[in-house]
Ligand binder design. Structure first.
Ligand code: TPP
Ligand code: MG
Length: 571
């Protein structure tokens, strides 16, 4: 007996067989069948309350799990609602598939130019055009997402979705995964970095890459004070980079997205850029060679280039040739996978002291974290200094945590004062610099890392913008701590325009009881106005943690943050 399978069902089945394990979305008629097919074939579906949240959850999940992210949305408004999250994913080169219904009839209310929308934000528009080839077209979208590290919009025209794809035996459900599906799956789920590196190992490209690698070896051999700055493209290569740094005496730093990568190394300077400690900034400025590993060395990571000493040599290792020299001058570009290049340069032989000394190890230990930098606690009058708040939370919260941070003036406090156990402990969806992605980011990260305490750090503005997903946190039973740094304002704008005497009425808000709002969604909640108020957090941590906790912190907001002053130079 055979049953006809629709194209929508074939797409869901093929993606499940290809390795998709979790999908996020908001279901309407146009993505109902494809989403059901995913679920039927073993994919976990997570219903968000807003497509913007769903897209960011899929993005964060992909970043923290290493899997391809999947989000499914209704045609037209389902897709437009998801666009900010899709733009963030596309800019971050997150391997992600957006499955969207598509109304191709221009008379439909739902009709828009979905291809143009995707292209406008740097996503790759693709389309199911032929029901008979649904499986193949779905796997092609999966291949582009995973191998090319792109965010793909797979449009699913309604008429094609419902057409019969092919016949298949009804059971067992996963029979289709045998044979051609399975081999395609293996191809597409290979590590993206590795496969891309292999792609470029042929012919003249290979020779050029070898020459550039050798040139980097010479730069390293001649360097007295090398510093490695590792970015997103290096998150899979800690071991190889540390080995090469040990050999060459390099100090280790990261971009914000790769925060935590070298945690535990005595040579870890933590984040380079606006979030850098005074010591890290001093040592990076003292380098005679800076190597960006899978790192754009953008204005954030280099403080508008000011962390790069004029006389230092700069090298970049990146899969993407366009990344070399894109933000700061580069004396050398090596096009290749970070792990492979670092391993190729780490031959047998003795270690050079390079930048390292016993004295420097002591300074990094004593001064290398923000909490060691003295400050005057400005708490008072019912408001807590955000530094005091964050240091206290750092002490209270278990170290096995995954921290997600929204955008705004406040964002440096959690990024700098909350320690993370490794690069899998920090999820930073800030390539589009959008406010409002923090809570959904924390949900995606929490599902990817159920072994860790999820912590979402939001401003009051971002909290209200993403508030639809509070219910999702409760419904999923996530033991999350949501910290809201409430200054009753779009603080970033207050501090941007206030000093110039501009009116600020439209960026300030009256007090709002965020704790009560959270309780209404099923959270436990505490309002914190001074250090003593954190006792409620300690109580919650004791257990049973059967509902999430929102920490509504009324923070001091008299001054802008020091990293924001840097940022404004770029606007
Ligand atoms: C979607 C979006 N809208 C507007 C902005 C401009 N913007 C940047 S920071 C900010 C204020 C955010 O307020 P809040 O979350 O309270 O953080 P705070 O700056 O007060 O710490 C705004 C409106 C943006 N980056 N993204
Ligand atoms: Mg605010």
């Amino acid at each position: 007996m055979t049953v006809p399978e629709t194209a929508a069902a074939a797409v869901g089945r093929a993606l499940a067989a290809g390795g998709v394990r979790t999908a996020f979305g908001v279901v309407g008629s146009g993505n109902f069948h494809v989403t059901n097919a995913l679920v039927e074939h073993g994919v976990r579906f997570v219903a968000a309350r807003h497509e913007g949240g769903a897209a960011t959850m899929a993005d964060a999940y992909a970043r923290m799990s290493g899997e391809v992210g999947v989000v499914t949305v209704h045609q037209g408004p389902g897709l437009t609602n998801a666009m900010t999250g899709i733009a963030e994913a596309a800019k971050s080169r997150t391997p992600m598939i957006v499955l969207a219904g598509e109304a191709t009839d221009a008379r439909s209310n739902f009709h828009i130019d979905q291809d143009a929308l995707a292209a406008a934000v740097g996503a790759v528009p693709m389309r199911l055009t032929d029901a008979a080839r649904a499986e193949e077209q779905a796997l092609e979208a999966f291949r582009v997402a995973s191998r090319e590290r792109r965010t793909v919009l797979l449009n699913l025209p309604l008429a094609v979705q419902s057409a019969p794809s092919r016949s298949r035996a009804p059971a067992p459900a996963l029979t289709g995964a045998a044979g051609p599906d399975r081999s395609a799956a293996q191809d597409t789920t290979a590590g993206p970095d590795r496969s891309a590196a292999q792609d470029m190992t042929a012919g003249p490209d290979r020779a050029a890459a070898d020459d550039a690698t050798a040139a980097l070896g010479r730069l390293l051999a001649g360097a007295r004070r090398p510093v490695f700055v590792a970015g997103r493209g290096a998150r899979h290569a800690r071991r190889e980079l540390e080995a090469l740094a040990d050999r060459t005496g390099a100090l280790l730093a990261t971009s914000a997205v790769a925060k935590g990568l070298f945690r535990g190394s005595p040579w870890d300077l933590d984040v380079s850029g606006g979030f850098a400690t005074p010591l890290a900034a001093e040592l990076i400025r003292g380098a005679d060679l800076i190597v960006g590993w899978g790192c754009a060395l953008n204005m954030w990571t280099t403080r508008h280039g000011t962390l790069i000493p004029p006389e230092a040599k700069v090298a970049q290792v990146d899969l993407d040739p366009a990344a070399v020299g894109a933000h700061v001058r580069a004396d050398l570009g090596v096009v290749g996978d970070v792990r492979a290049v670092a391993a190729a340069l780490t031959g047998p032989g003795g270690a050079a002291p390079g930048y390292r000394s016993a004295e420097l190890a002591r300074r990094i230990r004593d001064e290398g974290r923000w909490r060691a930098v003295p400050y005057r606690d400005e708490s008072g009058a019912g408001r807590i200094d955000p530094r005091t708040l964050t240091i206290a939370l750092d002490d209270l919260l278990p170290s096995e945590r995954v921290v997600s941070v929204d955008s705004g003036n406040f964002m440096g406090y959690p990024s700098m004062f909350l320690d993370v156990p490794d690069a899998g402990g920090f999820c930073f969806t800030q390539a589009f610099q959008s406010v409002g992605l923090g809570l959904a980011t924390a949900i995606g990260a929490a599902l990817a890392r159920p072994d860790r305490l999820p912590v979402a750090a939001l401003g009051d503005g971002g909290a209200f913008m993403g508030i639809a997903e509070l219910e999702t946190v409760v419904r999923l039973g996530l033991p999350m701590v949501v910290v809201v740094y409430d200054d009753e304002a779009y603080g970033a704008e207050v501090h941007h325009f206030g000093p110039h005497g501009h009116p600020l009425g439209m960026v300030r808000f009256p007090p709002a009881d965020l704790a009560a709002i959270a309780r209404g969604h099923g959270f436990a909640a505490v309002t914190v106005t001074d250090a003593a108020g954190l006792a409620g957090v300690a109580e919650w941590l004791k257990g049973p943690r059967d509902r999430p906790l929102l920490v509504h912190a009324r923070i001091t907001g008299e001054r802008g943050s020091w990293w924001l002053e840097e940022a404004f130079k770029g606007h």
